[in-house]
Design a protein around this ligand. Structure first.
Ligand SMILES: CCC1=C(C)/C(=C/C2=NC(=C\c3[nH]c(/C=C4\NC(=O)[C@H](C)[C@H]4CC)c(C)c3CCC(=O)O)/C(CCC(=O)O)=C2C)NC1=O
Length: 184
């Protein structure tokens, strides 16, 4: 598993160079507090995000919870919710580390093959991941939709920054896209 710092060391070592590309690391350090806020925005909303994403996925495809569906019976429903939680957790780790290797090595490696062997439908999994991607962007921006959330609206109260953490939203989105690409 690599993070932004060990990644810089490994790449420099591979070309027998002294660490030279300090620009990316400087940006990583400079955005450190915002990055922690972004990780916290995901971590402290995780169980709500997962249950909402899986519920939405099932709502759109109710065959999943009927006999023969891959979320039936409850044992499989539980496995699916757990997988949603695992995927979101590894995306949060990658965002914290500023590097995708932890997600690749410990979560995505072999997942497509596992799902194929178990008959887990990847299109449905991808849909749940897409919903979590949208939720994560809203939480990192701290702009949950008032229209959709109603009385459950919850704002973290992050200091308003002009770009609403656009770079961290983009980085988090890239990790969700990585999950989607690995399953597709
Ligand atoms: C740390 C990394 C890690 C990952 C990623 C992981 C995934 C993972 N998901 C599994 C099963 C499963 N995964 C699902 C998931 C779903 N079914 C659906 O219809 C939905 C589309 C989807 C939820 C979004 C289901 C239902 C099973 C059980 C399948 C079965 O036993 O028939 C299994 C088989 C063993 C088990 O049931 O625990 C693994 C290894 N395990 C790990 O240790």
């Amino acid at each position: 598993m690599l993070d932004a710092f060990s990644r810089a060391v490994v790449s420099a070592d591979a070309s027998t160079k002294v660490v030279s590309d300090m620009g990316a690391l400087k940006a990583y350090v400079a955005s450190g507090n915002r990055r922690l806020d972004a990780v916290n925005a995901i971590a402290s909303n995780a169980s709500c995000m997962v249950s909402d994403a899986i519920a939405g996925m099932i709502c759109e495809n109710q065959g999943l919870i009927q006999a023969g569906g891959n979320c039936y019976p409850n044992r499989r429903m539980a496995a699916c919710l757990r997988d949603g939680e695992i995927i979101l957790r590894y995306v949060a780790y990658a965002l914290l580390a500023g590097d995708a290797s932890v997600l690749d090595d410990r979560c995505l490696n072999g997942l497509k093959e596992t799902y194929a062997a178990l008959g887990v439908p990847t299109t449905s999994t991808v849909r749940a991941v897409q919903i979590m991607k949208a939720q994560a962007a809203a939480h990192i921006k701290d702009e949950p939709s008032e229209a959709l959330a109603g009385t459950k609206l919850r704002k973290m109260g992050s200091p308003v920054v002009q770009d609403r953490c656009a770079t961290l939203v983009a980085e988090a989105s890239s990790y969700f896209d990585r999950v989607i690409a690995a399953l597709s």
